[in-house]
Design a protein around this ligand. Structure first.
Ligand SMILES: [Zn+2]
Length: 234
């Protein structure tokens, strides 16, 4: 290719991808939701039709002005709240750091807020997660731990499974000497329905490695979490 032609070629703007591709473009390892029906998943249009059916089912008129865009909005909001299925928490934790200057005490990340949805009623589970781990020789950025919480929260959940998934993922990725995860949450399917028990908090925990086998490590973790709970914002 002559020089001038090469120059012209490098100047021409990059071809924009076809529209269908552009629409489904996402960052990193996040897979897009299907815009078309696939063998295993209905299309977005079919999902919106399902919401329209629900609106009719409760005696509403889905064609009235206020509800005209509701099915599309509900499906979008539902996609956002279930994005965690498209994300891989293990690959997120792949980048670890070994420069710890010999630090081998508990690392604690307390009061990580989350909102999830219970898989039995699709109603919110709202709460906090406390994560502690005892590094062997690798640590990870603390924002990554919060992202792991987010990924599992954005799936349909039961609190017990959520707790075990967060602990198990950190354990698998960092191979620390121990991991402790405590989740405290209120379940709207309980507080907002017939059983109406406001203020009921469910607590679950998953203790692995030394957090399970050494009572002194577990006690230290619990004391740190308690201290963090009383902590005023800096
Ligand atoms: Zn529920």
């Amino acid at each position: 290719m002559p020089k001038s032609a090469r120059k012209a070629a490098s100047k021409s703007p990059p071809k924009s991808p076809p529209k269908s591709q552009a629409r489904t473009k996402t960052r990193g390892n996040k897979k897009p939701y299907p815009t078309k029906q696939t063998a295993s998943r209905p299309s977005r249009r079919q999902a919106e039709a399902a919401i329209t059916t629900l609106l009719s089912y409760i005696g509403e008129d889905p064609s009235r002005e206020g509800l005209a865009d509701t099915p599309a909005r509900v499906v979008r909001a539902f996609e956002e709240r279930t994005q965690g299925y498209e994300q891989d928490p293990l690959s997120l934790l792949r980048r670890t750091f070994s420069e710890t200057a010999g630090y081998d005490e508990i690392v604690l990340l307390a009061n990580v807020d989350f909102v999830s949805q219970c898989e039995h009623h699709l109603l919110p589970i709202v709460g906090k997660v406390h994560i502690g781990y005892l590094p062997s020789n690798r640590i990870v950025g603390i924002s990554k731990l919060a992202r792991v919480v987010e990924i599992f929260a954005r799936r349909l959940q039961v609190q017990e499974k959520f707790t075990a998934q967060v602990a198990g993922t950190i354990n698998e990725a960092l191979k620390p000497r121990g991991v402790g995860v405590i989740v405290e949450a209120t379940h709207h399917c309980m507080s907002g329905r017939g059983v109406a028990k406001n203020g009921v908090v469910m607590t679950t925990s998953s203790m692995l490695g030394s957090f399970r086998t050494k009572s002194s490590t577990r006690a230290e973790f619990l004391a740190l979490v308690e201290k963090a709970a009383q902590h005023k914002p800096l």
